[in-house]
Design a protein. Structure first.
Length: 116
């Protein structure tokens, strides 16, 4: 099983980025999928998550600016990030729990840097 994240980069404050994360090597579609981030010197935190039925939840700090979605056929989860702020700078990781045992897998991380 592999989660491949992409879409990070350098953007100015107020700009937008779209992250993608594709799961491969799986038989069953992922249950919950999500995005986490870790800034230097800080703990990894949940940014947004989406269930297999499409229910979502967001960290308070990104509500109204970020949107998580998924394309079930492609086993891919997206994170549309708008109105980016310097404090959004972090390495962003996707994860997914897969199968009836709900084993959790992580992507490799993609760097998002927001300049002021």
């Amino acid at each position: 099983v592999q989660l491949q994240a992409s879409g990070g980069g350098l953007v100015q404050a107020g700009g937008s980025l779209r992250l993608s994360c594709a799961a491969s090597g799986i038989i069953f579609s992922p249950n919950n999928m999500g995005w986490y981030r870790q800034a230097p010197g800080k703990q990894r935190e949940l940014v947004a998550a989406i269930t297999s039925s499409g229910s979502t939840n967001y960290a308070d700090s990104v509500k109204g600016r970020f949107a998580i979605s998924r394309a079930s056929v492609e086993n891919t989860v997206y994170l549309q990030m708008n109105s980016l702020k310097p404090e959004d700078t972090a390495v962003y990781y996707c994860n997914a729990d897969i199968g009836f045992r709900r084993v959790v897998y992580w992507g490799q991380g993609t760097q998002v840097t927001v300049s002021s």
